[in-house]
Design a protein around this ligand. Structure first.
Ligand code: SF4
Ligand code: SF4
Length: 146
């Protein structure tokens, strides 16, 4: 089976996917007439189109490509659950971007979601003035009669 290295950007992944779709022919990709395909706008080489956002954030262009990839994946797989379960890791250029976010973002969200958390139990209700707090009071010492 062919091994794929993850592509550096979503735009490159979309370009690679289109080349795979058209038998690795750049001319055929350029001339693709399927304007309804989610990736149609992103089928050409991404050079000069993608500008990095501030502080490593996704640029507007990158977000648009990611959304297009997500639409393509949901169309391809049929449902969001099937996209999650997609097993084409080595075969599909879009695999690392199939959730519509960058792989780094996905890993970070997953890490936060599954991180151990402290239990946040509600506090015991306050006792009315003058009543004894039986939960917190020390146990009574039994007295022995002589
Ligand atoms: S835009 Fe869609 S149909 Fe056209 S080459 Fe890309 S993936 Fe294939
Ligand atoms: S990553 Fe999976 S769901 Fe997305 S286009 Fe490729 S094969 Fe289809």
């Amino acid at each position: 089976m062919r091994e794929r290295t993850p592509l550096r950007s979503a735009a490159l992944a979309a370009r690679r996917f289109c080349l795979d779709c058209q038998g690795a022919s750049p001319g055929a990709v350029r001339g693709c007439a399927d304007t309804g395909c989610p990736l149609w706008e992103w089928r050409l080489p991404p050079a000069g189109r993608e500008t990095p956002g501030d502080a490593g954030a996704c640029s507007v262009t990158a977000r648009a490509v990611l959304r297009a990839i997500r639409r393509q994946c949901v169309t391809c797989a049929g449902s969001r659950g099937d996209v999650r379960a997609c097993a084409a890791r080595e075969d599909c250029a879009l695999w690392s971007y199939r959730f519509g976010v960058r792989p780094r973002t996905y890993r970070e969200v997953r890490r936060r979601f599954f991180a151990p958390r402290e239990l946040d139990l509600p506090l015991a209700p306050a006792q009315p003035a003058g009543t004894e707090d039986f939960l917190r009071a020390p146990a009574p010492v039994p007295t022995v009669k002589a």
